[in-house]
Design a binder for this molecule. Structure first.
Ligand code: SF4
Ligand code: F3S
Ligand code: ZN
Length: 103
């Protein structure tokens, strides 16, 4: 499961489409966590797709991650600022790859 304390335990190493990337990152097999308010651990996501289907405000978009061992697409929190903290994505992800911090 994603580490809910990732902001303390990881370094912000990059930005992607306006959101943070929390390392370590060593492409293509290690991709880190994308997003902060809505955070997806790309190294855990296996492209189930439930988060994209269920998010009422379409926060997620697929991004290509060729040669990643878990899956070659990931749910990117492209519009995390639109999140309404319903927690559906957290509940439906079968591998607990998503952390939402209503803070
Ligand atoms: Fe979408 Fe709700 Fe998840 Fe926010 S908590 S990203 S609104 S499903
Ligand atoms: Fe990935 Fe979980 Fe969504 S596996 S595609 S973050 S439901
Ligand atoms: Zn991203």
């Amino acid at each position: 499961a994603i580490d809910p304390e990732f902001e303390q335990n990881r370094e912000k190493v990059d930005e992607h489409d306006g959101h943070a990337v929390w390392g370590p990152v060593d492409e293509p097999e290690e991709l880190g966590i994308h997003g902060t308010h809505v955070a997806v651990d790309f190294d855990i996501c296996l492209a189930d797709g439930a988060c994209l289907e269920d998010c009422p405000v379409d926060v997620f978009e697929w991004v290509d991650t060729p040669d990643h061992p878990e899956s070659e697409i990931k749910a990117d929190p492209a519009k995390e600022e639109q999140c309404i903290d319903c927690m559906l994505c957290v509940d439906v992800c079968p591998v607990d790859a998503i952390d939402v911090d209503p803070g």
